[in-house]
Design a protein around this ligand. Structure first.
Ligand SMILES: C[S@@+](CC[C@H](N)C(=O)[O-])C[C@H]1O[C@@H](n2cnc3c(N)ncnc32)[C@H](O)[C@@H]1O
Length: 225
């Protein structure tokens, strides 16, 4: 499918898929959305409630690497070690990475190397990007995830249910539930009733929380056995 780089409302770039009229992040602001959904509502509360100094994260849709980048920034600021697994079936090409402006927008001198390295690092094996950030990129379909209690936190960042309804199903959320450790949390930008019901059906406790700019609500699901 054709992919093009666009600039979103906060000046940060993202990828647009014309055929689906769908973006990798919100048109209202890619960076704002990544920080709100995954960092402010996921990573920060998880670190403060669990008191863990090492956490493992699964990202559903590694894509442009923006969520990994903002995770590294926040985890470094909080002296937290991260093992980050990014699953992605259709990796972004180097010429697309070169056009993404996250490093300029973040104005963080250390971000440039980090961002370059997460994209150039090999797939399928754990790579130490920094001493406190280990990355495993796995090229596979979400449908093939069969992990058992490996992760503290899941960033569920699939394309919307409008274009990929099969990824917002009971079957997929069951896999996510199994992949999380007890007390683990899953955050997503989505807030649809059908998504919330699928999460509840597999056993998650689900909260509706304020969404990022341009979106009223989002969901956070907790695995409590
Ligand atoms: C909304 S984008 C993710 C954006 C990403 N988190 C970022 O920070 O740029 C959804 C991603 O899921 C990938 N994808 C779509 N269907 C998939 C599938 N069935 N299995 C694995 N990856 C898939 C797409 O290639 C895309 O990178």
């Amino acid at each position: 499918m054709k992919r093009e780089i666009i600039i979103t409302g906060d000046g940060s770039s993202t990828i647009h898929i014309p055929e689906w009229n769908e973006q990798y992040h919100s048109k209202h602001g890619a960076l704002q959305e990544a920080k709100h959904v995954f960092i402010k509502t996921g990573l920060i509360p998880y670190i403060s409630s669990s008191h863990k100094t090492e956490i493992s994260i699964l990202e559903i849709g590694f894509g442009t690497g923006l969520n990994a980048l903002v995770t590294w920034e926040e985890a470094s600021a909080q002296n937290t070690v991260v093992k980050y697994t990014g699953v992605e079936a259709y990796p972004v090409a180097q010429e697309e990475v070169d056009k993404l402006n996250f490093v300029e927008v973040l104005e963080d001198s250390e971000a440039e190397n980090f961002f370059k390295n997460i994209h150039s690092s090999e797939w399928e094996n754990e790579v130490e990007i920094t001493p406190s950030f280990k990355l495993i990129k796995q090229q596979k379909f979400f449908q093939d995830i069969d992990d058992d209690q490996l992760y503290d936190l899941i960033y569920f960042d699939a394309f919307g249910a409008r274009v990929q309804p099969e990824l917002w199903s009971v079957e997929i959320f069951k896999k996510m539930f199994n992949a999380l450790k007890n007390n683990g949390i899953l955050v997503t930008y989505a807030a649809k009733g059908s998504v919330r019901r699928a999460m509840l059906e597999v056993g998650f406790g689900v909260e509706r929380l304020p969404g990022p700019p341009g979106k009223r609500e989002m969901l956070r699901a907790t695995k409590i056995i």
